[in-house]
Design a protein around this ligand. Structure first.
Ligand code: GDD
Length: 409
């Protein structure tokens, strides 16, 4: 049997995702019309003999209750949220719930970061992991040499795929192969995490008896139950024939900012194009809007027949899109109203916001730049004929003059 664990983190980790994370935990922010965490969860469904999916995080329990029960029913796999009382790090969080995870007596445990977007080739990883016979297998991808330092860089044996060297976000270039944040482990991973924790408490005790200055420096070190998977496990265990790599040639992105969520929404929409085309809007029929490219429209949203939508647009529940509106590359959240002839391009429009007639809400479409897309927080009103370009607008603001390259607090 196999168990999958998805690390969802907690509220303090989501600061780069503001203002969108002010309303909703980042893992529940919709990409291609589905919560971010839905994409790894539905990928887990393809793992043979999957017994259980756990989400581990330090968000309030009630934030996940509704989602977890609806997704369990939909996929017919039990999905549970396990709350940490404080952050224990990516490996410490897993270790904290080891008894719970081992209840199903799994032979293998998948561990997935929730803030990555990829095709999650989990069954292929499992096959490779069994062939290698190690303790863990890491999903890796080749990226540009310039971008590699934002991730864990690694070197693997080209023949055996053994992980030979691992450095987390190094200052000087090591390799253009990086850690995708998707792993499969054998249950021995728990003893490896325990070893780190024991070593750390031994070291702290040693320092405590040696001198007062050492005691002060020990206070600055990490708590014994805080264990990071990358620095504390992958780096020291590289080159010991315990860890192996599986390289994906498919798409992969990390979702730390709203701009990247817009890019990843496009990637998931185009994946739906092949995996579940029925989820996408077709634009067939005389009464429906003109649809270009991959578009998701929630069944409760109302879109006027003369609106033009797409490519890369997702429209959430109860949104109203009026006559003559033009939407390109955007995420329209619940209860938004877009009035006649308004234009929205490269933008995220927050819950209950309203965009007036002949208005324009637009970003330049650089997903990695700070003001590369325009973001409206919850309940923002853009009055008629107002233009908002490359800006971020915090919740509950009313815009009656045009703005460009501004953060409206
Ligand atoms: N439950 C829980 N508790 N989750 C946590 C904790 C914790 O204490 N700390 C981090 N996480 C979750 C985050 O929400 C995220 O999904 C994942 O664990 C990894 O987060 P970080 O440890 O902050 O690392 P990162 O995202 O900057 O980088 C990691 O992922 C990259 C791939 O996206 C590293 O492993 C990199 O090497 C890797 O390239």
């Amino acid at each position: 049997r196999v168990v999958a664990v998805i690390m969802v983190g907690g509220p303090t980790k989501g600061t780069r995702f503001r203002p969108l994370s002010l309303n909703i935990p980042k893992p529940l922010f919709p990409l291609a019309g589905q919560p971010m965490v839905h994409h790894p969860i539905s990928a887990c469904k393809r793992i043979p003999n999957l017994a259980q999916i756990y989400l581990i995080g330090f968000y309030e329990e009630r934030e996940f209750t509704l989602y977890v029960s609806s997704i369990s029913n939909e996929l017919r796999v039990p999905v549970r949220y396990l709350r940490e009382d404080k952050p224990h790090g990516s490996a410490g969080g897993l270790y904290n719930f080891r008894d719970r995870i081992m209840e199903d007596n799994p032979s293998h445990i998948f561990l997935l970061n929730c803030d990555v977007c990829c095709s999650f080739p989990l069954p292929d990883m499992l096959e490779a992991h069994k062939r290698y016979g190690g303790m863990g297998t890491i999903l890796v991808i080749k990226v540009s040499a310039e971008s590699a330092n934002q991730f864990g860089e690694l070197v693997a044996d080209p023949i055996t795929n053994e992980l030979l060297h691992y450095t987390e976000k190094p200052e000087t270039f090591v390799s253009d192969r990086i850690n995708c944040g998707v792993y499969v482990f054998s249950p021995d991973i728990f003893s490896a995490i325990q070893d780190v924790s024991i070593q750390r408490s031994d070291r702290a005790n040693l320092r405590r008896v040696s001198s007062f200055e050492a005691l002060q420096s020990a206070n600055k070190t990490l708590p014994t139950d805080f264990v990071r998977l990358d620095q504390d496990i992958l780096s020291p265990l590289a080159g010991k024939k315990l860890l192996y790599t599986y390289e994906t040639l498919d798409f992969w992105e990390q979702i730390k900012t709203p701009g990247m969520s817009l890019k990843c929404s496009a990637l998931y929409l185009s994946q739906f194009h092949y995996s579940s085309p029925d989820v996408l809007a077709s634009g067939d029929g005389t009464k429906s809007a003109t649809i270009t490219g991959d578009v998701y429209i929630h069944p409760s949203a109302k879109v006027h027949a003369t609106a033009k939508i797409g490519p890369n647009v997702s429209i959430s529940a109860n949104a109203h899109i009026a006559a003559g509106a033009r939407l390109i590359s955007c995420i329209i959240l619940d209860d938004v109203e877009i009035k006649e002839n308004a234009v929205v391009i490269h933008a995220i429009v927050g819950w209950k916001s309203c965009i007036g007639r002949w208005s324009r809400v637009q970003g330049q479409g650089d997903y990695t730049a700070k003001l590369g897309i325009t973001i409206l927080g919850e309940a923002v009103t853009v009055e008629d004929e107002v233009v908002v370009i490359n800006s971020i607008v915090l919740p509950n603001k009313m815009l009656n003059v045009s703005v460009q390259e501004e953060i409206i607090l």
